[in-house]
Design a protein around this ligand. Sequence first.
Ligand code: DO4
Ligand code: MG
Length: 293
Amino acid sequence: MKIVRFILRDEVRLGVWVNEEVIDITEAKDDKYQSILDLSIDAKRKNRSIGDLLKEIITENPQGLKRLPFKNLKIIKPIDPPEVWGAGVTYKRAEEEREKETGVKGIYSMVYKAKRPEIFFKATNHRCVGPDEEIGIRGDSNWSVPEPELAFVLGFDGEIIGFTAGNDVSSRDIEAANPLYLSQAKIFEACCAIGPSIVTVDEVGLEPKLNIECRIFRNGNMIFEGKTSTEQMKRSISEIREYLLKYNPVPPGSVCLTGTGIIPPEDFSLIEGDIVEIEIEKIGILKNKVKLL
Ligand code: DO4
Ligand code: MG
């Protein structure tokens, strides 16, 4: 099942996205379902998966739930993540390209091969945007890139409750100038996009094998297209989750991006007005316009 949030009459609503429609499940509970976390609490209480709970909600209320056309809805971030984290150099291509492009020798290969993955703090909710909102590129960078990544969503007790698509927008020249500048290359206004949906674990499992595509448009023309699959990832999701949570309490609803396997050519940089589309199978298309900060 795919869970989305949308705005209706100035109110945030929770829905299940099925084909071209969204089934509004907000009122299926007296005190309202507002996020996947509410569903995860009920699912746990009833000893079911979130997917089974959703099936039950939909079949028990066949007439009572409104069905709305997806294309007419203002879809927002599928969750407000208190924290967003990122894993890095999880694909061979990321190791090779970063070694080549940044001129910083050794560290990317070392982390690619090491037992401990690279995990970094990426964003807070207020730095994170949803579908059709603007992503930022830094005014003090001349080399900004999108990083299309599968992201997992944490529930209570550190369990993974679903997956979404993420854009780990990064300033490659700041990272290349000195690896100690990584936080500045990664964390800034609107540096992260997530959405459009959260696909539940019962639909894709805990180690999803999903195709990822990225398209970049400038003045209506596609100027970059890249593809990968999470099958190319060297690290497992459980490994990334394990290291993320080691001695580190991460609040429920937080999101972790799992690294990029799509890297635009070295001479490519995002500019204001570009449109970035990230499509992940079973999750949908995350589309954002670029804003120069
Ligand atoms: O090592 C720097 C960041 C890596 C990263 O964000 C990625 O591989 O996706
Ligand atoms: Mg990344």
